[in-house]
Design a protein. Structure first.
Length: 671
């Protein structure tokens, strides 16, 4: 009997061990045995926890520093690397946004772009062709289009963009997996696409959801390939239209002038990039040599992988562009941009695509009849000429994999990560170690981040509070610091835009610059202070702030200095204000500040960009007519002010002003 019992126990233990081993092999965890060297840098555990939160989240919430210390700094970071904490509360907030779940095909069917609506309306004789540009009564014209859309069941693409912007704000503010969202913001900016380019705008929601977010903690090569095959990127950098010469005469490599930065540029509108080098603030014009377009090939080297000093030439760009000919978009729907391929797919036959060399991956399509089959050489690597139609697609995959594994790429990506998380001028020693980790671990982002966060450079006291928050980071960290309840995120988008960062609308492929000097000037500082006072005093529509609740355990104070000290501990948990604290208290006693705070909402109830059409793609159909938008916003503001008047007594006024001036202070605007 004992023998049978022992045998049963043995098999039970064996089965359990095999199960655990298989689970580990299927879902390997990041390395967990490491310690942060913050003590050697002279930091306390509390200071280290605050620093960790300031860099790998969108700001600490009240009490979060204590929570991180309780579970352990390394354990918290591992949780963030795994990005699998339940997000039930966030998901409930997101559930009202149905458009963010749609596939590209569903978006094209439900939210066709403005020029498509106009074309269909002309075809159906609802409007005349001349009326599109010559309509005297724009309102009547728009109402005609609106009635046509209602009849067809189409929705305004502006509603799609608004839902998408709202979800980004809510995710950043409320997700428990903060690092995943920070990295999503980082990688989207790295592989930037823009609402300003109408051809790609519809595909951007799925681009962030299906391409960027799932791959932010994975291997760089996988993210690079996924971005290259996304309709958003294919349209943004024009590779969808790039075609090789006739296949009957394979071309040989052709030498080009060895200047990687061409001079034929299309300048970005506005003055956003005034301090950015010419190449960084432009989109190149299409290059038409036998239908060849070099835009994506150039940017994938300069901006996505090697960097401007990565050792490539203009000839490499041209040869890479030839390799990527035929990379286009599957015909998603009759109203989609990819509909040009519909006839081709029908002619070949859906079932015959693979055997004829066509490759479909979701909304991506490789067409061998548009591919340059001649010999190419990129960075010394030879791609031989071939008449086999099945070879062409693999050339592009090999090219991108080769770029992802270049030493220059490892250094370029490592430096960019170090600039984002450490300082605007990270030490070369840190970049080199991160690049080695990048190379040794096949571009595994978790390992690169671990190398960075366990470095002495990351914890150096000189790096503390050395980064200036972008407008988006300032807005989200303020909301999190005040534990605010966002009922409607869109007015916050207006304030973020007013402070200088219109998310998803940056036109150049560089993405927003990641350096403090770009964000700070006299005008932006004034807007930041206006935002701080408006938020803390409950004057931003759609956002509820309850200062009494977050300071419930604090003793009631009416002295300006005492109130400043209370909110400093809440919003700046480990920063020593010293002389700044007294200056803020003096500012709090200034009667003019109360008048200014009271006037903000009356000056601009819509926070500059409640109107979704402001700065949207140029082919919109409504010409800015969004019925009842301002009336609804004004009603929301008035209702909110009646429900939550921060100025009904001296103490509540002092609380709001104290929180506002602290958020507007240089100390809070640094991370």
């Amino acid at each position: 009997m004992k023998k049978i019992f022992k045998i049963c126990c043995f098999f039970t233990l064996l089965t359990g061990s095999l199960y655990l081993l298989s689970s580990f092999l299927i879902n390997p965890s990041p390395v967990t045995v490491y310690k942060f060297p913050y003590k050697r840098a002279g930091l306390t555990e509390r200071q280290a926890a605050e620093h960790l939160l300031s860099r790998f989240s969108f700001g600490a919430t009240p009490g979060q520093v204590d929570s991180v210390m309780k579970i352990g700094l390394e354990n918290w970071f591992n949780q963030q690397l795994n990005a699998d904490l339940p997000d039930d509360s966030l998901n409930k907030r997101l559930s009202v946004y149905d458009a963010i779940k749609l596939s590209n095909a569903e978006v094209c069917r439900q939210y066709p772009p403005g020029f498509v609506i106009r074309s269909m309306a002309i075809k159906d004789s609802v409007i005349s062709k001349d009326s599109v540009n010559k309509a005297v009564d724009k309102k009547a014209f728009n109402l005609q289009l609106k009635a046509y859309m209602d009849m067809k069941g189409y929705k305004s693409d502006q509603d799609l963009y608004k839902q998408f912007i709202n979800q980004k704000i809510l995710r950043a503010a409320y997700t428990r997996n903060q690092l995943q969202e920070v990295m999503t913001d980082f990688w989207f900016n790295h592989f930037n696409v823009s609402f300003f380019k109408g051809e790609c705008a519809q595909f951007i929601p799925a681009y962030e959801r299906d391409v960027i977010r799932p791959n932010v903690m994975g291997k760089f090569g996988q993210l690079l390939l996924a971005s290259a095959q996304s309709p958003a990127m294919l349209y943004y950098l024009d590779n969808f239209s790039s075609v090789g010469p006739p296949t009957a005469a394979p071309a040989k490599p052709q030498a080009k002038p060895a200047a990687a930065n061409g001079t034929d540029m299309m300048m970005m509108a506005g003055t956003e990039g005034a301090n950015v080098p010419n190449k960084a603030k432009t989109l190149t014009k299409p290059t038409n040599v036998n239908g060849l377009n070099e835009n994506y090939a150039r940017e994938v080297m300069e901006l996505h992988t090697l960097g401007v000093d990565g050792g490539y030439t203009q000839q490499d760009v041209t040869q890479a562009a030839r390799i990527l000919t035929g990379w286009t978009v599957y015909p998603i729907s009759d109203n989609a941009y990819g509909s040009a391929m519909k006839g081709l797919v029908a002619k070949v036959g859906e079932d015959n695509l693979a055997q004829k060399g066509y490759v479909r991956n979701g909304d991506f399509l490789f067409t061998p009849n548009r591919h340059d089959r001649g010999e190419k050489v990129v960075l010394g690597h030879r791609f031989p000429a071939s008449t086999d139609p099945t070879v062409g697609y693999q050339e592009g995959v090999t090219l991108l994999d080769m770029l992802a594994h270049q030493p220059a790429t490892a250094k370029f990506i490592s430096r960019k990560l170090a600039v984002r998380f450490v300082s605007d001028a990270p030490a070369q020693s840190l970049i080199d170690r991160m690049a080695k980790s990048f190379t040794d671990h096949d571009g595994d982002m978790k390992q690169v981040l671990i190398t960075m966060v366990t470095s002495r450079e990351f914890w150096d006291k000189k790096t503390l509070y050395s980064k200036t928050k972008s407008p988006f980071e300032l807005a989200i960290s303020s909301v999190r610091g005040l534990n605010a309840d966002i009922k409607d995120p869109y007015p916050l988008f207006g304030w973020i835009s007013r402070m200088g960062q219109k998310i998803y609308y940056y036109q150049a492929p560089t993405g927003f610059p990641d350096r403090g000097k770009y964000w700070i000037n006299t005008g932006s500082l004034l807007n930041r202070m206006d935002f701080s006072l408006a938020l803390a005093s409950g004057q931003i529509a759609g956002i509820k702030v309850n200062l009494n609740k977050i300071t419930a355990q604090q003793k009631a104070q009416e002295n300006a200095q005492a109130i400043i000290d209370t909110y400093s501990k809440l919003l700046l948990p480990e920063k020593k204000l010293d002389q700044t604290s007294k200056k803020l208290a003096d500012l709090l006693n200034d009667p003019g500040l109360l008048v200014k705070a009271n006037n903000i909402v009356r000056q601009d109830k819509t926070a500059v960009s409640e109107r979704p059409e402001a700065g949207a793609p140029g082919d919109m159909m409504f010409m800015g007519v969004i019925p009842d938008s301002k009336a609804k916003v004004a009603a929301t503001v008035d209702k909110q002010k009646s429900n939550y008047d921060m100025f009904r007594n001296k103490r509540s006024a002092m609380q709001a002003l104290a929180a506002g001036v602290i958020i507007g202070s240089p100390e809070f605007q640094q991370r």
